[in-house]
Design a protein around this ligand. Structure first.
Ligand code: NDP
Length: 494
C-alpha cells in the first residue's frame, strides 16, 4: 500500500540512540546532542563509541563471519535475507520516513517517495548478485585447471555522511553484505537514527547478529578508530575530499586496506544554444543544484552556458529558484529544506560573501533566511559575473549556489568543464548527437548525463569520481566486485 506524505508533528518522533552491535543495543559513554536541522532543536543524544566499543563491534563482526552463517551460507539464502530486510524497510516506511525527515534535510515527501523505497531497492538490487558471481575459469594449459575464486573480504567499514543518511546505508553496505562480508557502519553523528533503525530490522529479517553493526560517534574519534582497527579489511567512505584523503592515509598506515572513496564534486552543467526547450532545461538545471538545498555531491553547481542564450536561461533558472518553498522537513509541501547545521550554513554564507566582495553579483538569493526556529536556511542563489579563479567556482560549497560562466564554442565549454580539481559528474544539454558523444569522450568525470541531470534510480550504473572526487565506485557491478577479493588456483591433473 502506498504511503502518502503528510505533515506531522516532529515532537512525536522520539528516536532510540546508542550503538547496535552483535544484534543488541549498547548505550556506551558520552552524550552528543542531536539537533533537528529544520528548527535547530535538540531532540536526542547519542554516545561516542570510541576505541573500546569499536573493538567490540569489529570483534563481533569477525566472530559472526567465523561462525560461517553468512559468507558460507547458501548464496540464495543470503539473498533472501537481504530481500526480507528490504521488505521490512518498505513495511516500516511510516517510521523510517519520519525519522529521516526529522533528523536530516530530507523532506517527508522525499523520504516517502524516494529515500525509503529507493534504499530498500538497493538491498534488493545487490541481493541479486549474491548467487550470480563466484569467479571465473581461467584459460590455462589443457592439463591444468585454473580458477579465479571470488571471496568476501571479511569485515568492511562503512563511513557515511549526513546528506542522505538512509540511502547512504544502501550505497555503502548493500553490496558488501550481499558479497558475504560483515559491516561496521558509522553514520554521521548529525544523522544517526535511521541507520540504527535499519540495524534492528536486519536482525528481524534473519541476518545473523554481528553481521551488520552500527556504531555512533564523531568522525575524529569513532570513525578514526574504525579505520585504524586491524580487523577491518576494507573501508568505504563518502564525504569530503579532505577527510577521504585522511582515511586513505590511515588505511595505508594501518594494514594496507583497500578503500572506496566517494568524495566531493563541483559538477558542471553545460547548455548549448541548440537546445529545444529552454524552460525545461532551466527546471532541470535548477533541480540539479537546488535539490536537497545543494547538499549533494553531484549537485550541478557550475552552469556553463553558450553566450547567446545565457541571459534568457539565467532568468528562467532564477524564476525556478523564486518558486521554491522553504520550510521544515515535516511539512509535506516543503520543497526546499534547511542546511544541515548552522556551522555548515555559515560556511556556505562565507563563500558567497567572498564571491560578492570579489565582484560577483547575485541574480537571486545570496544570504541566510529565517524560516523555522533556529533552523539554518540559505536562499537558493545564482551568482553571475564570476571568474574561474573564485573559490565559489572552484570549491565544493555544498549549499544551494549556482555560478554562471559563459562560453562561445564547444571546445571552450569542454575546457571550462574540465578546469576543476574535481571530476564527479557533468550534465550536457544539446540536441546535437555528435556533440553529446564528443562530450562523453572529452569530459573528465565519472558520470555524464545528457539532456537530464542526476543518477538513475536503477542502481546498475556505477557512481564515483575521477580526479579528487574519489577512488572506486558505489553502485553497479563494479561496486559489488570491489567487496570481493580474488584467489587464483591452479590444479595440475595431467
Ligand atoms: P566529512 O568528510 O568530514 O565527514 C563525512 C563522514 O566522515 C562523517 O561520518 C564524519 O564524522 C566522518 N569522519 C570525519 N573525520 C573522520 C576521520 N578522521 N576518520 C573517519 N571518519 C571521519 O564531511 P563533513 O560532514 O564535515 O562536511 C564537510 C564537507 O564535506 C561538506 O561541506 C561537503 O563539501 C563535503 N561532503 C561531501 C559529501 C559527499 O556526498 N561526497 C557528503 C558530506 C559532506 P563526523 O560527522 O563526526 O565528522
Amino acid at each position: 500500500m502506498a504511503t502518502v506524505a503528510e505533515d506531522f508533528d516532529p515532537a512525536t518522533v522520539v528516536p532510540r540512540g546508542g550503538h547496535y552491535i552483535d544484534g543488541a543495543w549498547h548505550n556506551g559513554r558520552g552524550a552528543i546532542a542531536v539537533r533537528r536541522p529544520s528548527d535547530g532543536q535538540v531532540y536526542g543524544e547519542i554516545p561516542d563509541a570510541g576505541e573500546e566499543l569499536v573493538d567490540l563491534a569489529v570483534r563481533s563482526a569477525e566472530t559472526a563471519i567465523a561462525k560461517g552463517d553468512w559468507a558460507r551460507r547458501a548464496p540464495r539464502e543470503r539473498a533472501r535475507v537481504l530481500r526480507r530486510w528490504a521488505d521490512l524497510m518498505d513495511a516500516d516506511i511510516a517510521t523510517l520516513a519520519k525519522l529521516e525527515a526529522v533528523g536530516s534535510t530530507r523532506t517527508i515527501t522525499s523520504a516517502v517517495n524516494w529515500d525509503v523505497p529507493f534504499s530498500a531497492d538497493g538491498f534488493r538490487f545487490f541481493s541479486e548478485f549474491a548467487d550470480k558471481h563466484g569467479g571465473d575459469v581461467a584459460p590455462t594449459r589443457s592439463d591444468h585447471l585454473g580458477l579465479v575464486i571470488a571471496e568476501p573480504i571479511g569485515v568492511i567499514a562503512a563511513i557515511a555522511p549526513w546528506n542522505f543518511p538512509l540511502n547512504m546505508v544502501a550505497y555503502k553496505c548493500a553490496a558488501a553484505l550481499a558479497a558475504g562480508n560483515a559491516v561496521v557502519l558509522k553514520p554521521s553523528e548529525l544523522t544517526p537514527y535511521s541507520a540504527l533503525r535499519l540495524a534492528e530490522l536486519a536482525v528481524q529479517a534473519g541476518m545473523p547478529a554481528g553481521i551488520f553493526n552500527v556504531v555512533s560517534g564523531f568522525g575524529h574519534t569513532t570513525g578514526d578508530a574504525i579505520v585504524r582497527h586491524p580487523g577491518i579489511g576494507k573501508v568505504t567512505f563518502t564525504g569530503s575530499t579532505r577527510t577521504g584523503a585522511a582515511v586513505m592515509a590511515s588505511c595505508a598506515m594501518n594494514g594496507l586496506k583497500p578503500v572506496t572513496l566517494e568524495l566531493g564534486g563541483k559538477c558542471p552543467q553545460l547548455v548549448f544554444d541548440d537546445v529545444d526547450d529552454l524552460d525545461s532545461v532551466a527546471e532541470c538545471i535548477a533541480s540539479g543544484v537546488f535539490g536537497n538545498a545543494g547538499q549533494v555531491c553531484t549537485a550541478g553547481t557550475r552552469l556553463l552556458v553558450q553566450r547567446g542564450i545565457a541571459d534568457r536561461l539565467v532568468e528562467r533558472i532564477a524564476a525556478c529558484a523564486r518558486r521554491l518553498k522553504a520550510g521544515p522537513t515535516w511539512r509535506a509541501d516543503t520543497d526546499f529544506p534547511p542546511i544541515i547545521s548552522t556551522a555548515q550554513a555559515e560556511r556556505v554564507g562565507a563563500i558567497v560573501d567572498r564571491a560578492l566582495a570579489a565582484g560577483a553579483s547575485a541574480v537571486v538569493g545570496g544570504k541566510r533566511m529565517e524560516v523555522c526556529g533556529a533552523g539554518a536556511y540559505f536562499e537558493p542563489t545564482v551568482l553571475v559575473d564570476v571568474d574561474g579563479g573564485m573559490e565559489a567556482v572552484r570549491g565544493e560549497i555544498f549549499g544551494p549556489v549556482l555560478t554562471v560562466q559563459r562560453f562561445d564554442d564547444e571546445q571552450e565549454a569542454f575546457a571550462l568543464a574540465n578546469d576543476s580539481s574535481y571530476g564527479l559528474a557533468a550534465g550536457v544539454h544539446t540536441s546535437d548527437l555528435g556533440r553529446a558523444l564528443r562530450a562523453l569522450r572529452q569530459l573528465q568525470v565519472g558520470s555524464v548525463w545528457v539532456n537530464r541531470y542526476g543518477r538513475s534510480a536503477d542502481y546498475i550504473l556505477p557512481t564515483g569520481g575521477y580526479k579528487q572526487s574519489g577512488i572506486g565506485k558505489d553502485l553497479g557491478r563494479q561496486s559489488y566486485e570491489s567487496c570481493l577479493r580474488y584467489k587464483a588456483a591452479l590444479i595440475a591433473f595431467g
